[in-house]
Design a protein around this ligand. Structure first.
Ligand code: AHG
Ligand code: MN
Ligand code: MN
Length: 308
């Protein structure tokens, strides 16, 4: 059996199951907080911004604390990286073999209007024979995301497949054991209001082509929701670099890598517009490094690479 480029064994499988169980439990708690709280108060600003310059809301902090609290006691985990923490957090377990990265609450600007948010996560295994280094996204052994929406769902990519669970009666029950992205879809998903600011004009040409081909546009403004729809229904999602966000807006470590891993295993494509497969982008020196991102069905991706 193979996970990404890594051969896995039973011990590694057990490790990953253990870490995923902790993340599942944290997602269940976050979901409970969102469902049982006044969402307008959860959206209140903490009057501080994170490293990426985003305003931190109360729920961003709560979700971050829940995940860190649950993960930092796991002896398998050496380091933790979060959107809401300036630096990598080292646990007390220096012999841990894994790095866990997450966006505790993606789409938090949508929380007050009761629109889908989620937690995005990924688990990297350090290369023991390379002095505990991580080369790139191919060191990922599992990744996934939750969706806090009409129902709470969890998508997990491990063991070379993508599975979907739904929180029913306090447990995550399997509802789809092998998600595959359609070869082609009918939607494109991009923040069109920024089109004048896109520095790579291929996106303008491509979107015009989609319009001519009668595609519909969809934009929630939560990566989890927009990427999830693209995964299930097919089509094209992108957040290109623009004059205000010269490197794009999506963070490589805990947003782009996990979705690239999920899309690859589900038969889809990812890119930063230059490098095919986001997993091949070298591991960032700055854990909050941003990147342009494309997540797509194969057919729409072919259209993109044939666009001048
Ligand atoms: P986060 O809420 O974790 O900071 O992420 C927000 C991201 C992503 O979810 C979404 O795709 C994008 O910001 C939306 O950006 P625009 O507001 O520019 O459309
Ligand atoms: Mn996010
Ligand atoms: Mn976030």
């Amino acid at each position: 059996m193979e996970r990404g480029n890594h051969n896995i064994n039973n011990i590694e499988n057990n490790d990953i199951t253990q870490i995923l169980n902790i993340i599942k439990s944290a997602c269940r708690t976050i979901s409970y907080v969102i469902k049982m709280s006044n969402n307008i108060s959860l959206s209140k600003s903490k009057n501080k911004t994170n490293v990426s310059g985003d305003v931190i809301n109360k729920i961003d902090d709560i979700a971050n604390e829940i995940l860190i609290y649950e993960l930092k006691h796991c002896p398998l985990i050496k380091n933790i990286a979060s959107e809401e923490e300036k630096y990598i957090i080292s646990t007390n377990y220096n012999n841990g073999k894994y790095l866990v990265c997450f966006d505790p609450l993606d789409g938090s600007s949508n929380i007050d209007i009761n629109i889908t948010t989620g937690t995005i996560f990924t688990i990297f295994k350090y290369d023991n024979d390379r002095d505990d280094k991580i080369n790139d996204g191919n060191n990922i052994v599992a990744s996934g995301y939750s969706l806090y929406s009409g129902s709470t769902q969890l998508i997990i990519c491990d063991n070379n497949k993508v599975s979907q669970y739904q929180l029913i009666d306090y447990t995550f029950q399997l509802i789809n054991d092998n998600i595959k992205i359609p070869i082609k879809g009918n939607f494109y998903s991009i923040n069109d209001s920024l089109s004048e600011k896109w520095t790579d004009k291929r996106y303008t040409t491509l979107i015009n082509e989609f319009k001519e081909d009668c595609y519909s546009t969809r934009w929630v403004g939560s990566l989890v929701a927009d990427a999830h729809r693209t995964l299930i229904k097919g089509g094209f999602f992108a957040y290109p670099e623009n004059t205000s966000n010269k490197e794009g807006k999506i963070r490589l470590l805990y947003e782009a890598y996990p979705f690239a891993h999920i899309f690859k295993i589900a038969g889809g494509k990812s890119s930063n517009g230059l490098i095919d497969n986001v997993l091949n982008i070298p591991f960032p020196k700055n854990i909050h490094q941003k990147t342009t991102i494309i997540l797509s069905s194969p057919e729409e991706y072919n259209k993109f690479i044939n666009t001048n």
